[in-house]
Design a protein around this ligand. Structure first.
Ligand SMILES: Nc1ncnc2c1ncn2[C@@H]1O[C@H](COP(=O)(O)OP(=O)(O)O)[C@@H](O)[C@H]1O
Ligand SMILES: [Mg+2]
Length: 254
Protein backbone atom coordinates (compact mmCIF):
# COMPACT_ATOMS: atom_id res chain seq x y z
CA UNK A 1 0.00 0.00 0.00
CA UNK A 2 1.16 3.52 -0.76
CA UNK A 3 1.83 5.98 2.01
CA UNK A 4 2.29 8.76 -0.53
CA UNK A 5 0.34 8.89 -3.79
CA UNK A 6 0.59 11.98 -6.00
CA UNK A 7 -0.76 12.44 -9.51
CA UNK A 8 -0.26 15.39 -11.81
CA UNK A 9 0.64 17.80 -9.00
CA UNK A 10 1.03 21.41 -10.08
CA UNK A 11 2.10 24.34 -7.94
CA UNK A 12 2.66 27.75 -9.46
CA UNK A 13 3.76 30.97 -7.79
CA UNK A 14 3.75 34.59 -8.83
CA UNK A 15 0.56 34.38 -10.91
CA UNK A 16 1.84 31.36 -12.80
CA UNK A 17 5.18 32.89 -13.73
CA UNK A 18 7.03 30.39 -11.51
CA UNK A 19 6.06 26.80 -12.18
CA UNK A 20 7.54 25.12 -9.10
CA UNK A 21 5.80 21.78 -9.73
CA UNK A 22 4.79 20.77 -13.22
CA UNK A 23 2.72 17.61 -13.13
CA UNK A 24 4.51 15.49 -10.52
CA UNK A 25 3.60 11.84 -10.07
CA UNK A 26 4.96 10.11 -6.98
CA UNK A 27 4.38 6.75 -5.32
CA UNK A 28 6.09 5.89 -2.06
CA UNK A 29 5.17 2.66 -0.27
CA UNK A 30 4.60 2.28 3.43
CA UNK A 31 7.95 2.01 5.16
CA UNK A 32 9.99 2.94 2.11
CA UNK A 33 13.13 5.13 2.29
CA UNK A 34 13.45 7.43 -0.73
CA UNK A 35 16.03 10.12 -1.50
CA UNK A 36 15.06 13.11 -3.65
CA UNK A 37 17.83 14.92 -5.49
CA UNK A 38 18.02 17.74 -8.02
CA UNK A 39 19.44 21.23 -8.53
CA UNK A 40 18.48 24.18 -6.36
CA UNK A 41 15.18 25.74 -7.30
CA UNK A 42 13.85 22.66 -9.13
CA UNK A 43 10.91 22.25 -6.74
CA UNK A 44 12.08 19.69 -4.16
CA UNK A 45 11.07 21.65 -1.07
CA UNK A 46 7.78 22.65 -2.66
CA UNK A 47 6.96 18.97 -3.22
CA UNK A 48 7.93 18.09 0.37
CA UNK A 49 5.69 20.90 1.66
CA UNK A 50 2.73 19.58 -0.34
CA UNK A 51 3.26 16.00 0.86
CA UNK A 52 3.55 17.23 4.45
CA UNK A 53 0.42 19.36 4.29
CA UNK A 54 2.22 22.66 4.78
CA UNK A 55 0.65 23.94 1.57
CA UNK A 56 -1.84 22.71 -1.03
CA UNK A 57 -1.24 21.99 -4.73
CA UNK A 58 -3.05 24.11 -7.33
CA UNK A 59 -4.01 20.99 -9.25
CA UNK A 60 -3.71 17.24 -8.99
CA UNK A 61 -4.46 14.39 -6.63
CA UNK A 62 -2.53 13.90 -3.41
CA UNK A 63 -3.24 11.17 -0.89
CA UNK A 64 -0.93 10.78 2.09
CA UNK A 65 -1.48 8.12 4.73
CA UNK A 66 -4.98 7.56 3.37
CA UNK A 67 -5.93 11.23 3.60
CA UNK A 68 -6.88 13.21 0.53
CA UNK A 69 -4.90 16.39 1.14
CA UNK A 70 -6.73 18.38 -1.52
CA UNK A 71 -10.00 17.84 0.32
CA UNK A 72 -8.71 17.85 3.92
CA UNK A 73 -9.68 21.05 5.71
CA UNK A 74 -7.77 20.49 8.95
CA UNK A 75 -4.18 20.22 7.77
CA UNK A 76 -2.90 21.12 11.25
CA UNK A 77 -4.32 17.94 12.69
CA UNK A 78 -3.06 15.94 9.70
CA UNK A 79 0.46 17.31 10.19
CA UNK A 80 0.50 16.70 13.93
CA UNK A 81 -0.52 13.07 13.62
CA UNK A 82 0.98 12.00 10.34
CA UNK A 83 4.27 13.72 9.52
CA UNK A 84 7.46 14.68 11.29
CA UNK A 85 9.56 17.37 9.62
CA UNK A 86 13.33 17.77 9.83
CA UNK A 87 14.69 20.86 8.10
CA UNK A 88 18.18 21.98 7.13
CA UNK A 89 18.09 24.62 9.83
CA UNK A 90 16.75 22.98 12.94
CA UNK A 91 13.93 25.58 13.38
CA UNK A 92 13.97 25.18 17.16
CA UNK A 93 12.42 27.96 19.21
CA UNK A 94 15.39 29.80 20.74
CA UNK A 95 13.76 30.64 24.08
CA UNK A 96 12.68 27.06 24.81
CA UNK A 97 14.90 24.29 26.17
CA UNK A 98 15.51 21.07 24.26
CA UNK A 99 12.79 19.18 26.09
CA UNK A 100 10.30 22.04 25.68
CA UNK A 101 10.98 22.13 21.94
CA UNK A 102 10.34 18.39 21.67
CA UNK A 103 7.04 18.80 23.53
CA UNK A 104 5.65 21.47 21.14
CA UNK A 105 3.95 19.10 18.63
CA UNK A 106 2.47 17.08 21.50
CA UNK A 107 0.14 19.98 22.34
CA UNK A 108 -1.91 19.05 19.27
CA UNK A 109 -2.66 15.67 20.85
CA UNK A 110 -4.66 15.35 24.05
CA UNK A 111 -2.41 14.04 26.81
CA UNK A 112 -1.23 15.06 30.27
CA UNK A 113 1.76 17.31 30.87
CA UNK A 114 3.57 14.52 32.72
CA UNK A 115 3.13 12.03 29.88
CA UNK A 116 4.34 14.65 27.38
CA UNK A 117 7.44 15.22 29.49
CA UNK A 118 8.06 11.50 29.87
CA UNK A 119 7.74 10.95 26.12
CA UNK A 120 10.07 13.89 25.36
CA UNK A 121 12.69 12.50 27.74
CA UNK A 122 12.46 9.09 26.07
CA UNK A 123 12.90 10.68 22.65
CA UNK A 124 15.88 12.78 23.71
CA UNK A 125 17.42 9.61 25.09
CA UNK A 126 16.67 7.82 21.81
CA UNK A 127 18.50 10.49 19.79
CA UNK A 128 21.46 10.35 22.16
CA UNK A 129 21.27 13.65 24.05
CA UNK A 130 19.59 12.77 27.32
CA UNK A 131 22.19 14.88 29.16
CA UNK A 132 21.24 18.07 27.32
CA UNK A 133 17.49 18.18 27.94
CA UNK A 134 17.63 21.57 29.68
CA UNK A 135 19.93 23.21 27.16
CA UNK A 136 18.74 26.13 25.06
CA UNK A 137 19.36 25.79 21.32
CA UNK A 138 22.12 28.43 21.57
CA UNK A 139 23.92 26.23 24.12
CA UNK A 140 23.86 23.16 21.88
CA UNK A 141 26.16 22.22 19.00
CA UNK A 142 24.82 22.00 15.44
CA UNK A 143 24.64 18.21 15.62
CA UNK A 144 22.87 18.33 19.00
CA UNK A 145 20.32 20.83 17.68
CA UNK A 146 19.54 18.58 14.76
CA UNK A 147 19.09 15.66 17.18
CA UNK A 148 16.56 17.73 19.13
CA UNK A 149 14.82 18.53 15.83
CA UNK A 150 14.63 14.80 15.04
CA UNK A 151 13.23 14.07 18.52
CA UNK A 152 10.63 16.81 17.92
CA UNK A 153 9.75 15.25 14.54
CA UNK A 154 9.10 11.92 16.31
CA UNK A 155 7.02 13.49 19.10
CA UNK A 156 3.65 12.11 18.01
CA UNK A 157 5.03 8.89 16.47
CA UNK A 158 4.22 9.94 12.90
CA UNK A 159 4.20 7.21 10.23
CA UNK A 160 6.04 9.53 7.81
CA UNK A 161 9.28 11.51 8.27
CA UNK A 162 10.06 14.25 5.74
CA UNK A 163 13.58 15.65 5.85
CA UNK A 164 14.71 18.63 3.76
CA UNK A 165 18.52 18.61 3.49
CA UNK A 166 18.88 17.47 7.13
CA UNK A 167 22.67 17.35 6.91
CA UNK A 168 23.08 20.43 4.70
CA UNK A 169 24.24 22.63 7.55
CA UNK A 170 26.50 20.10 9.29
CA UNK A 171 30.12 19.07 8.85
CA UNK A 172 30.67 15.62 7.35
CA UNK A 173 31.17 13.85 10.70
CA UNK A 174 27.99 15.26 12.23
CA UNK A 175 26.15 14.75 8.96
CA UNK A 176 27.16 11.10 8.97
CA UNK A 177 25.95 10.69 12.57
CA UNK A 178 22.60 12.35 11.84
CA UNK A 179 22.09 10.10 8.81
CA UNK A 180 23.00 7.03 10.89
CA UNK A 181 20.37 8.12 13.41
CA UNK A 182 17.66 8.70 10.80
CA UNK A 183 18.45 5.37 9.13
CA UNK A 184 18.29 3.59 12.48
CA UNK A 185 14.91 5.19 13.27
CA UNK A 186 13.63 4.18 9.84
CA UNK A 187 14.72 0.59 10.45
CA UNK A 188 13.44 0.22 13.99
CA UNK A 189 10.23 2.29 13.81
CA UNK A 190 9.14 1.25 10.32
CA UNK A 191 8.50 4.85 9.25
CA UNK A 192 8.29 6.02 5.68
CA UNK A 193 11.28 8.31 5.09
CA UNK A 194 11.63 10.89 2.32
CA UNK A 195 14.88 12.84 2.33
CA UNK A 196 15.91 15.72 0.09
CA UNK A 197 19.65 15.89 -0.32
CA UNK A 198 22.45 17.13 -2.56
CA UNK A 199 24.84 14.63 -1.02
CA UNK A 200 25.27 11.29 -2.82
CA UNK A 201 26.57 9.65 0.37
CA UNK A 202 23.26 10.57 2.03
CA UNK A 203 21.19 9.45 -0.97
CA UNK A 204 22.96 6.10 -1.21
CA UNK A 205 21.50 5.09 2.15
CA UNK A 206 18.02 5.16 0.60
CA UNK A 207 16.31 2.24 -1.10
CA UNK A 208 15.47 4.38 -4.09
CA UNK A 209 16.54 7.72 -5.55
CA UNK A 210 14.39 10.16 -7.46
CA UNK A 211 15.67 13.09 -9.46
CA UNK A 212 13.78 16.34 -9.95
CA UNK A 213 14.34 18.90 -12.64
CA UNK A 214 12.25 21.95 -13.57
CA UNK A 215 9.37 20.81 -11.41
CA UNK A 216 9.23 17.32 -12.88
CA UNK A 217 10.27 14.02 -11.31
CA UNK A 218 12.29 11.37 -13.03
CA UNK A 219 13.81 8.02 -12.17
CA UNK A 220 16.78 8.76 -14.38
CA UNK A 221 19.99 10.10 -12.97
CA UNK A 222 21.44 12.92 -15.08
CA UNK A 223 24.55 12.06 -17.06
CA UNK A 224 26.68 14.38 -14.93
CA UNK A 225 26.12 12.04 -11.98
CA UNK A 226 26.74 8.84 -13.96
CA UNK A 227 29.86 7.05 -15.06
CA UNK A 228 30.22 5.55 -18.57
CA UNK A 229 28.06 2.55 -17.71
CA UNK A 230 25.16 4.66 -16.50
CA UNK A 231 25.73 3.78 -12.84
CA UNK A 232 25.67 6.49 -10.26
CA UNK A 233 29.08 7.82 -9.34
CA UNK A 234 30.10 6.75 -5.83
CA UNK A 235 26.94 4.74 -5.61
CA UNK A 236 27.15 0.99 -5.25
CA UNK A 237 24.15 0.06 -7.35
CA UNK A 238 22.84 0.98 -10.73
CA UNK A 239 20.48 3.90 -10.90
CA UNK A 240 17.54 3.84 -11.11
CA UNK A 241 16.65 0.82 -9.12
CA UNK A 242 15.54 -0.28 -5.78
CA UNK A 243 18.27 -1.02 -3.31
CA UNK A 244 16.59 -3.30 -0.84
CA UNK A 245 18.03 -3.37 2.62
CA UNK A 246 18.66 -7.01 3.36
CA UNK A 247 18.28 -6.44 7.10
CA UNK A 248 14.77 -5.15 6.80
CA UNK A 249 12.07 -5.95 4.33
CA UNK A 250 9.53 -3.23 3.86
CA UNK A 251 6.68 -3.87 6.18
CA UNK A 252 3.39 -3.25 4.55
CA UNK A 253 1.18 -1.71 7.17
CA UNK A 254 -2.52 -1.69 6.56
N1 LIG B 1 6.47 30.78 -1.47
C1 LIG B 1 7.00 30.99 -2.67
N2 LIG B 1 6.71 32.08 -3.40
C2 LIG B 1 7.23 32.28 -4.63
N3 LIG B 1 8.10 31.44 -5.24
C3 LIG B 1 8.44 30.33 -4.55
C4 LIG B 1 7.93 30.05 -3.24
N4 LIG B 1 8.46 28.87 -2.82
C5 LIG B 1 9.26 28.44 -3.82
N5 LIG B 1 9.28 29.31 -4.84
C6 LIG B 1 10.00 29.16 -6.12
O1 LIG B 1 9.65 27.89 -6.64
C7 LIG B 1 10.79 27.27 -7.23
C8 LIG B 1 11.07 25.97 -6.53
O2 LIG B 1 11.54 26.25 -5.21
P1 LIG B 1 11.94 25.11 -4.16
O3 LIG B 1 10.85 24.12 -4.10
O4 LIG B 1 12.31 25.80 -2.89
O5 LIG B 1 13.21 24.45 -4.85
P2 LIG B 1 14.35 23.49 -4.24
O6 LIG B 1 13.91 23.03 -2.89
O7 LIG B 1 14.49 22.38 -5.24
O8 LIG B 1 15.60 24.32 -4.18
C9 LIG B 1 11.93 28.29 -7.13
O9 LIG B 1 11.94 29.04 -8.32
C10 LIG B 1 11.51 29.15 -5.96
O10 LIG B 1 12.05 30.44 -6.05
MG1 LIG C 1 14.82 23.34 -1.03
Amino acid sequence: MNDIYARNIHKHYDNGRIRALNGVNLDIANGEFVALMGPSGCGKSTLLHMVGGLDKPDLGKLVVADQDLIKTRDLTSFRARTVGFVFQLHNLLPSLTAIENVMIPMHEIRQSESSRRKRALELLDKVGISKRVSGLPSQLSGGERQRVAIARALANSPPIILADEPTGNLDSKNGEQIMALLTQIWKTDGTTLLIITHDMSVAQRAQRMLYMRDGELSNNLPHSLCDDTGSAISFGGCFPGTKRDSERDIEVRS
